[in-house]
Design a binder for this molecule. Structure first.
Ligand code: MN3
Length: 207
């Protein structure tokens, strides 16, 4: 595995306006995501990356194999690297609406309805103490979709869950436009969700 590089955004910095502003997107991508990417590369050097050739998702899925002195760093920077990659791909201009197909059925089965899912996701994510992420994940052991939150940059992969949709509620993700109003940010964010991408992810891991 070579060095990780900051993945390009699949749209322009102002593409998610007015829901997520250009300045926030630019800083979030070029400064914060870059810092996680750099931190991941540094952490991999420390553990001798040659012995950990898997893509970061494979490493996060099997943290017990990571030397203890680097586990926190891999969890944080590796999680941050991969979480943000998932996050950018989970959004698009003119997004929003609802999922269709088999994912819509699954959400109906496990959350009751799309509206109940949305309520659970929003409330659970808004109420994270401090920094973290809200997730729609796939639990491959029980073959079901679930909502979960993680603290800081911990990835669902470390808990044997496949991330399908993730929402970053670190203040750096919304403070410029929404200040302390995390709930307003979360409510706006639904307008940029890229459901077709989330559906594809679900189909890849659930069949
Ligand atoms: Mn972030």
């Amino acid at each position: 595995m070579g060095k990780y590089e900051l993945p390009p955004l699949p749209y322009s910095y102002d593409a998610l306006e007015p829901y997520i502003d250009e300045a926030t997107m630019k800083i979030h991508h070029t400064k914060h995501h870059q810092a996680y990417t750099d931190g991941l590369n540094d952490a991999l050097v420390k553990i001798n990356a040659l012995s950990h050739k898997n893509y970061i998702v494979g490493i996060l899925s099997d943290m017990a194999t990571v030397p203890e002195n680097a586990r926190d760093a891999i969890n944080f920077y590796g999680g941050g690297y991969e979480n943000h990659r998932t996050f950018w791909d989970s959004m698009k201009p003119n997004g929003g609406g609802k999922p269709g197909g088999r994912l819509a059925d699954e959400i109906g089965v496990y959350f009751g309805s799309f509206d109940e899912f949305k309520k659970k996701f929003s409330e659970g994510t808004v109420s994270i103490q401090g920094s973290g992420w809200g997730w729609l994940v796939y639990n491959q052991t029980y073959a079901k979709v679930e909502f979960m939150t993680t603290q800081n940059q911990t990835s669902p992969w470390t808990q044997r869950r496949v991330p399908l949709l993730g929402l970053d509620v670190w203040e750096h993700a919304y403070y410029l436009k929404y200040q302390n109003k995390r709930a307003s940010y979360v409510e706006s964010w639904w307008n940029v969700v890229n459901w077709s991408e989330v559906e594809e992810r679900f189909l890849r891991v659930s069949s």
